[in-house]
Design a binder for this molecule. Structure first.
Ligand code: 3UK
Length: 514
């Protein structure tokens, strides 16, 4: 069991203490323009904290942060924690209407906003008057963040918060419906480093982390800020990190640890040979299930055995995973040391090994929705119930089946959409795939696959037939997609997750019309 002192500030633990221990001169944040040491990051965070305090921020206030992944965003995040305030980092792509919801829900009073994202936040402010003050970063203005930092004294005493004071509110990415705000404590920040990172990832101080998830997504916050700093390592921050830009940056900076989603690894494997990414030692895949075909492709392309891990905004980071010899390809892994996991039936009873049910976890972090009566849907019988169907095998490995909403019932059979996707993805012409239920007179629903073809392939009836035959040869034939539609792209959230519900919706509407 993890024990933390009752008074604890995560910014002090990760940053002030590291500098005090003599590591101030070590490289910490890297981007294409240069790098900051730990001492430089601390100095900038102190100056920002001083500016925010002068603007009236007190412990407990919620501060909105708007920027792409860059060193200044990290300094702002630490500044908010140092003040004992609450960091609410938002996806850079959010538009005014979505920002109004976040501001109202989290009762935001102050914001720091990159100049490039200012117009949407100003538009939001008109409809969300609670937001009293916006500081503009990346600006030459006399009242901009940089000018005010330069005028600050550079001395700031980190606020002595309680270990269970709220440090951040993270909004879920919403593969369905409304985003929900998840509160996490100062100790939770250290807990994810002391569980997944320490026991599964096992980074060294010489590592250079990199990846694509926005810091506003807790996958990115952990992988690109908390884990590298907790290890005394460095992190490479990229404002835009598509698969090609990411590979280019890995080559250029010789990055060693990468965090991104399965689709991005698949796209990187397709670009193999164009960039030398042999510096990579470890690749963490999360956000969606890792198809076996993708694991194999990445292994062949780069000799890299991916570390799959399931995490959630509600749980802050990854709670089931495996690395190295413990990897069982196809399974997500075992509960990360510090966590317990179980498969529950609809009444909350633990199911025996081999049966499909609802994934439930408990550990040092857990779900606390902000001001939301739907709490009870995630926290049940003392477990965090994630909304995924899983199976645990006799050896205690956890196997993803589907998001509970992505199970397809066709002619009485229970079919996992993602399982069919894996089989489709295994066909050499297929780049991306989404499988959903489509209404059908005879079978109530049929399995339908939306397929994005690889460059150079073109849609045809024979190709559709070949893909169907391929699936029938790989998995139980009754699961094969009776309908295939070739599409140029698939709907995804800003965190890169497939939005199968939109395709499902589209199919329902189409059926209603016909
Ligand atoms: C799905 C996975 C199978 C699963 C996240 C790592 O994805 C993250 O958080 P979100 O709140 O979504 C949570 C849901 O995503 N999922 C994530 N990883 C996997 N399904 N295998 C996986 N490896 O449905 C889960 O309930 O957006 C991931 C770290 C921090 C995160 N916030």
């Amino acid at each position: 069991e993890l024990r933390y002192p009752p008074r604890l500030n995560a910014a002090r633990a990760l940053l002030d203490d590291r500098v005090a221990a003599g590591d101030g001169g070590r490289r910490c944040l890297v981007d294409d323009r240069g790098s900051w040491t730990y001492a430089e990051l601390r100095d900038r965070a102190d100056r920002i904290a001083e500016v925010l305090r002068a603007d009236g921020v007190v412990p407990g206030n919620r501060v909105l942060l708007r920027a792409a992944n860059n060193p200044m965003l990290v300094a702002e995040w630490f500044a908010v924690l140092k003040l004992g305030a609450v960091a609410v980092t938002t996806m850079p792509l959010l538009r005014a209407r979505e920002l109004v919801k976040v501001i109202e829900k989290a009762r935001i009073s102050h914001a720091i906003c990159d100049a490039r994202l200012e117009p949407d936040l100003r538009a939001a402010q008109k409809d969300a008057p609670a937001l009293a003050r916006i500081l503009i970063a990346n600006s030459e203005a006399a009242d901009g963040l940089e000018a005010r930092m330069a005028a600050a004294s550079g001395r700031f005493e980190t606020v002595d918060t309680a270990a269970d004071d709220v440090a951040l509110i993270a909004f879920t990415s919403g593969t369905t419906g409304e985003p929900k705000g998840c509160m996490h404590f100062h100790r939770d920040i250290l807990a994810i480093a002391d569980t997944f990172s320490r026991h599964v990832l096992q980074p060294s101080p010489d590592d250079l982390f990199c990846g694509s998830p926005p810091i506003a997504f807790t996958f990115g916050l952990g992988g690109l800020v908390i884990f590298p700093l907790a290890a005394g390592a460095a992190t490479l921050l990229l404002e835009s990190a598509g698969p090609e830009a990411l590979m280019q940056a890995i080559e250029r900076h010789r990055a060693t640890v990468c965090f991104t989603a399965p689709t991005a690894y698949r796209a990187m494997a397709a670009l193999k040979g164009r960039y030398d990414i042999s510096s990579l030692r470890k690749g963490v895949s999360a956000g969606e299930a890792l198809p076996l075909a993708t694991r194999t492709l990445v292994g062949q392309a780069f000799g890299l055995e991916l570390i799959d891990g399931i995490g959630a905004t509600e749980m802050l980071h990854i709670f089931i995973s495996a690395a190295g010899d413990a990897i069982r390809p196809g399974a997500t892994g075992k509960p990360v040391p510090g966590f317990r996991a179980a498969i529950l039936d609809d009444e909350g009873r633990e199911l025996p090994a081999g049966e499909v049910g609802r994934l439930a976890v408990k550990g040092p972090v857990g779900c606390r929705y902000l001001d939301d009566p739907r709490q009870s849907t995630y926290v049940q019988h003392g477990w965090n119930v994630t909304g995924d169907s899983y199976l645990m095998d006799a050896d205690g490995y956890f196997w993803f089946q589907a998001r509970s909403d992505d199970m397809i019932i066709s002619a009485g059979y229970n079919i996992s959409g993602p399982e069919v996707e894996q089989a489709v993805l295994d066909h050499p012409a297929v780049a991306e795939c989404a499988v959903v239920a489509s209404p059908d007179e005879e079978r109530t629903f049929i399995v339908k696959a939306f397929v994005v073809l690889k460059a150079g392939e073109s849609p045809s009836e024979p190709l559709a037939k070949a893909i169907q035959a391929h699936v029938k040869a790989e998995i139980a034939p009754y699961k094969y997609p009776r309908a295939i539609e070739f599409v140029p792209t698939l709907p995804r959230t800003q965190t890169g997750k497939l939005q199968r519900y939109r395709l499902r919706q589209q199919e329902l509407e189409r059926a209603a019309k016909s």
